[in-house]
Design a protein around this ligand. Structure first.
Ligand SMILES: Nc1ncnc2c1ncn2[C@@H]1O[C@H](COP(=O)(O)OP(=O)(O)OP(=O)(O)O)[C@@H](O)[C@H]1O
Length: 451
């Protein structure tokens, strides 16, 4: 069936969407395909349902039915499998291959969330260093390790990375990742089914316990009580505990003080929103893992628009890839702006001085440095004035800042702006250039896209 699909769509499209799909078999007469998230589910329903039904018809099905199910997080792999992680420091490949066969101690871990796949930047380097220290000396370096930060910034990723690292080195160790919600539900079920001994055995016999979203312990007295005993049992046996939360322990309301103080025993570290360069690096890594060749300037445009949440950043990249492949157009800034325009209103598109300069340079077919340089011939002066005019219009930069960018003072920029303003409506060529460039920069250039 996949052969049929592959013949009918582009290679990029196939790799982006179909390579990660899992066949979950036939349920109630419908072929069920597992997809990585709800965005992909919606996308498949909208764009590939007919194709898949045709594929089934080509195999003789009379009334083909296909449905899509989101895979649970731990089954969700990289879109395409990446290379296996390198051996941890201190062990050679041959020693590694003689080690015991990997136990299923990674079953609660997402295979994508490794240290190798974690981009380190100023926003997360302390949390990363702490996680690495814990991975190297579990139960010794910092116990517990408490990581906090806003939604989608990599807390779960780092916790799992410690798990993978430990699983690789000590296949016999027991690793358990659980959300606070699952811990609570397990407890409720254990109480209901009279299975508290099993519950305690399960959580108190692990070597590494990773608990996500610990802030949800707030207000749950019975769960807090049980977690307190779990914590003590592990701690006393020098087992490593890592907790994540959206806020530091002191800000978790209605948390028993004995728990709060325990959470503060080890190391508390936070993760902040990534800055621009880190966002671009994350996008680049994602694109490389998925073997998508996408120009840096397109990645930069995406990174400028999605600033606060890495999960959304990854979603934005997927949107752009999907949009370009469905419209069969190469990646460009205009395509990316268009792909994201439903999610981010055009006025939110942030344009930087360097973007304007690049666009003007490409419009006039000359290197950006020549426009910024000292040349005084009309062929260079006009593009320079246009660039300064558009920067003033499309960015928040002040006249002195624009002047500095061009190595000139603010009065030169003022002069450039008034020159362009005067010429608009009179000089047809210049007016055309300004309008085209403005549209491009605002992401409104449609490049003949079929939307
Ligand atoms: N530094 C990073 N490098 C690469 N990918 C990252 C990085 N930080 C986060 N991610 C990716 O961003 C996505 C969200 O990360 P994660 O689920 O760990 O966030 P979180 O902080 O636990 O969020 P939540 O509070 O919603 O649970 C994941 O796909 C993760 O792989």
């Amino acid at each position: 069936m996949l052969g049929y699909v592959r013949r009918n769509i582009s290679e990029v499209e196939y790799h982006t969407w179909f390579a990660p799909v899992k066949n979950l078999g036939v349920q109630e007469g419908s072929l069920v395909l597992g997809v990585r998230n709800s965005f992909a589910q919606e996308w498949f329903r909208k764009h590939y349902l007919e194709l898949l039904e045709d594929a089934l018809r080509s195999l003789g099905a009379e009334h083909p039915q296909v449905s899509f199910q989101v895979l649970p997080a731990q089954q969700e792999a990289m879109l395409l499998p990446s290379d296996p992680p390198p051996p941890p420091p201190g062990r050679t490949q041959s020693e590694r291959s003689q080690a015991a066969p990997p136990a299923d101690n990674r079953k609660s871990l997402n295979p994508k969330y490794t240290f190798e796949n974690f981009v380190v930047g100023p926003n997360n380097n302390l949390a990363h260093a702490a996680a690495l220290a814990v991975a190297e000396s579990p139960g010794k370096a910092y116990n517990p390790l408490f990581i906090y930060g806003d939604v989608g910034l990599g807390k779960t990723h780092l916790m799992h990375a410690v798990g993978h690292y430990m699983a690789e080195r000590f296949p016999e160790k027991r690793i358990e990742y659980v959300s606070t919600e699952s811990f609570t539900n397990d407890l409720i079920n254990a109480i209901r089914d009279d299975k508290m001994t099993q519950f305690r055995n399960r959580y108190r016999s692990v070597d590494l316990l990773l608990v996500d979203d610990i802030q949800f312990l707030a207000g749950k007295e019975r769960t807090q009580e049980e977690f307190f005993h779990t914590f003590n049992a592990l701690y006393e046996n020098h087992k490593q505990i890592i907790l994540s939360s959206d806020r530091p322990p002191k800000d978790i309301q209605t948390l028993e003080s004995r728990l709060r103080s325990r959470f503060e025993w080890g190391l508390i570290t936070d993760i902040q929103s990534p800055e621009f360069e880190t966002r671009v690096a994350i996008l680049k890594m994602n694109a490389e893992h998925n073997r998508i060749d996408i120009p840096q300037e397109v990645l930069e445009l995406i990174a400028r628009q999605v600033t606060a949440n890495i999960r959304e950043l990854e979603g934005a990249l997927m949107r752009v890839v999907a949009f370009a492949s469905l419209n069969n157009v190469p990646f460009s800034r205009a395509v990316a702006a268009k792909a994201l325009s439903n999610v981010f209103a055009p006025q939110e598109v942030k344009v930087e001085m360097i973007d304007v300069l690049r666009q003007v340079a490409s419009h006039y077919n000359m290197p950006p440095d020549v426009i910024r340089g000292s040349g005084r011939v009309r062929e260079v002066v006009v593009p320079r004035q246009v660039a300064q005019y558009l920067i003033r219009e499309l960015t928040d930069h002040s006249l002195p800042e624009i002047g500095q960018f061009f190595g000139r003072d603010h009065s030169t920029v003022m002069h450039a702006i008034s020159k362009v303003t005067e010429a608009l409506g009179k000089d047809v060529e210049l007016t055309g250039a300004v309008n085209t460039l403005r549209r491009k920069m605002q992401g409104l250039e449609d490049e003949g896209l079929d939307t």
